[in-house]
Design a protein around this ligand. Structure first.
Ligand code: HPA
Ligand code: ZN
Length: 319
């Protein structure tokens, strides 16, 4: 029985497995510049975040209808459930779809067709977090929030993702203020490739409750002390960090040092179709490569529920 856990850092578009990508391409008459799934998997050799994002955005071309988004989310939820995920807080990137002429309603309602049934179908409760692309403008983020207003009963919070360096959190101050005024929860990617200062800014300027990745906090002892003191959860993604070369090899990952420092760490999969594994695979990898014992693994699983946006009574039931 895999350890029950919550997944808090998961881009739904990053769960698009090559087989489903080809199936959706055929269904929608979209030509993919790869001969077959084998050739596509060959392209999964990344130098950094940007080289991954190029492929990630390219493959989204196959996602066109509500049913496509439903099938994508349903396939993820089935895989996650098999690996012990009981609760999933799922990112989506509407700007990447709106830019292709796929509307907000198609994306949200399509995802909801899978998420709304997920507790009954897969035993996985869910939340939806809408991310802004930080390499797009602040105005575009505000327009995106506006486009999401009819769907706010489906959306729990906002996040910030895509190319980090050169796009500091402060650029999105206004849209995070507007999101907070609408009652949305706030998270942001910070300190994946970007400097520790972006983590501080995400906390102080955007008011985030959790930091996605946050790995580079380890370069700033005063920041680590603050994150520990304020019990700010970090959603780490170990296999992602290896594939995007944020760490050279998993054995060098700072997770054990981060736990020893008292940081509230969680382990997540980020873009599992691209990075070699789902939530349980990430747990297995840190167990075998980092030598984390059962107590540490249970701490990570416990943190994942504590750090979630579930209500307190739901947290107890989910575990
Ligand atoms: N980092 C930033 N943006 C992203 C990622 C990531 O790992 N995955 C999808 N968008
Ligand atoms: Zn991410």
């Amino acid at each position: 029985m895999p350890l029950p856990k919550a997944e808090l850092h998961l881009h739904i578009e990053g769960t698009l497995e090559p087989e489903l990508a080809f199936e959706l391409a055929a269904r929608n008459g979209v030509a993919l510049p790869y001969a077959d799934t084998e050739a596509l998997r060959e392209a999964y050799r990344f130098e950094d975040l940007q080289s991954f994002l190029n492929l990630y955005y390219e493959l989204m071309a196959v996602l066109r209808t509500e049913r496509d988004f439903e099938d994508l989310a349903d396939a993820y939820l089935a895989r996650a459930a098999a690996q012990g995920v009981r609760h999933a807080e799922i990112f989506f990137d509407p700007q990447a779809h709106l830019a292709r002429g796929v509307g907000m309603g198609t994306v949200v309602e399509g995802l909801w067709r899978a998420l709304g049934d997920s507790e009954a179908t897969h035993g996985v409760s869910t939340r939806l977090i809408m991310c802004f692309l930080r390499d797009e403008s602040a105005e575009s983020a505000l327009e995106t929030l506006d486009a999401a207003k009819p769907y706010l009963d489906r959306i729990t919070g906002v996040g910030l993702d895509s190319a980090e360096v050169g796009h500091p959190p402060v650029k999105f101050r206004a849209v995070y203020e507007a999101a907070a005024a609408l009652g949305l929860r706030r998270v942001a990617h910070a300190g994946e490739e970007g400097p520790p200062e972006y983590i501080t800014e995400a906390l102080d300027v955007l008011g985030v409750e959790r930091v996605d990745h946050g790995l580079r906090c380890m370069e700033d002892p005063a920041l680590v002390e603050r994150l520990v003191r304020e019990r700010i959860p970090l959603t780490l993604c170990p296999l992602s960090n290896v594939r995007l070369r944020t760490v050279d090899v998993l054995a060098d990952h700072p997770l054990p040092a981060m736990l020893d420092a008292g940081l509230v760490c969680t382990v997540n999969s980020d873009d599992p179709a691209y990075f070699g594994g789902y939530a349980g695979d990430n747990f297995d990898a840190v167990r075998s490569e980092l030598g984390l014992d059962e107590e540490r693994l249970r701490e990570l699983a416990r943190n994942s529920f504590t750090a979630s946006f579930l209500e307190d009574d739901e947290k107890l039931r989910a575990r």
